[in-house]
Design a protein around this ligand. Structure first.
Ligand SMILES: [Zn+2]
Length: 113
């Protein structure tokens, strides 16, 4: 489980991943056991969830995170899209760059299937 954090202004980026040992341990936690059994996160008792949160907050980051070197990324400069049109099928107002051309007209992504 990894993600890349990017400072958009400067393009500085760093890859952060969960250390495998920590990740597999987390998957065996009582919290995940209950999630596996179908309990929604908000219904898991604080007595189960809180100690896990406390533990992560108190762990030194090197104990559970692998933090890569800082690299420089070239970010594509994209203009914001501020134009929207209703989907030809469901009528949902959709940003024009997300509309797809179909036989019935320009439709949103879910309608395009
Ligand atoms: Zn639609």
């Amino acid at each position: 489980m990894a993600f890349t954090l990017i400072e958009v202004k400067t393009g500085r980026a760093v890859r952060v991943s969960l250390k495998p040992g920590f990740f597999s341990q987390a998957l065996n936690s009582p919290f995940v056991q209950q999630r596996k059994a179908g309990v929604p996160p908000q219904d898991i008792p604080a007595a189960v969830a809180d100690p896990l949160i406390e533990k992560v907050l108190s762990l030194p980051e090197e104990n559970f995170l692998a933090i890569g070197a800082i690299v420089q990324l070239e970010l594509p400069k994209r203009k914001g899209v501020f134009e929207a049109e209703p989907c030809a099928k469901c009528g949902e107002l959709t940003f024009v760059d997300k509309l797809q051309e179909t036989a019935v007209g320009r439709v949103c992504i879910p309608c395009a299937g």
